[in-house]
Design a protein around this ligand. Sequence first.
Ligand code: FAD
Length: 266
Amino acid sequence: MATVPPLDPYISKPKVYLVGRQQVANDELARFLADEGMVFSTDAPAGGEALAEIAGRVCYMSFGKGRKSNREYLDNILTSKHGSVLEHAVWCVLITGVSRALTHELVRHRAGFGYSQLSQRYVDESDARYVVPPLYQENPELREKWQQTIETLRTAYTELAEATVQYVQQKHPEMSPRDRRKWARQAARSILPNATETKIFVTGNSRAWRHFLELRGSVHADTEIRLLAVEVYRLFKKESPNIFQDIELVDEPDGMPSVHVTHSKV
Ligand SMILES: Cc1cc2nc3c(=O)[nH]c(=O)nc-3n(C[C@H](O)[C@H](O)[C@H](O)COP(=O)(O)OP(=O)(O)OC[C@H]3O[C@@H](n4cnc5c(N)ncnc54)[C@H](O)[C@@H]3O)c2cc1C
């Protein structure tokens, strides 16, 4: 049987998986168009883009009229800041290899996002992986200092969690082993560092994703979340070239790219 190589306990960049996208229910759209006596087709490359166009065209019942391509249609939406139309295009993204510090910033984005994150109460973090801040990736001396601290904390967490399980067992013999572990972990996790790796499933509409890219892809953002924004941008640019048509990467003097949004806060 093939053995799986152990994972590197240290992570240098996030991974982003675009795990959910929409599709148009063409039969129902055709039924609507027939009922209204209209003809319409779109060249949108993504289901979400088609849905945003359909939603926008309902506003003026402009099916089969006006701008021809989905790109032109959405360009007008972006230029006129008719941003609510973009809320109909939704993508689900699974993010791994990011720190708890990063997700603390990520979940501050409330409007248009839903989150499901790995639980440090249910999951044992004794074998947790840790995200190396970009600055420590370029300096071996600081990296060594950082890594020693992390390993000290890893040992401390494991010992504390084990001791806490024993204590809870004595204090609450009526509890199931599962609940005892949960109680122990919820106390012991208080000493886990911000660098602890986490995984988070994020569903967001494209108006919200655009706002995230603008704020977190900026040179003013923390470098780890900026790296994430760049990865998310790359996925979305490929997936939905029309909704993200005005967004580009720019090489910055600090050696990292930033995300540049032409139509700010649509
Ligand atoms: C570089 C940088 C530094 C930061 N530093 C700090 C810091 O030191 N401390 C700190 O606490 N936070 C900090 N933040 C977080 C920041 O204050 C926001 O909480 C975060 O960026 C989420 O963005 P948002 O407020 O636009 O909310 P989102 O949820 O992304 O909302 C998008 C937009 O919807 C509208 N909206 C959302 N909710 C409401 C509402 N309740 N009422 C009215 N309109 C709403 C707003 O127009 C908002 O811009 C920082 C962010 C950045 C990018």
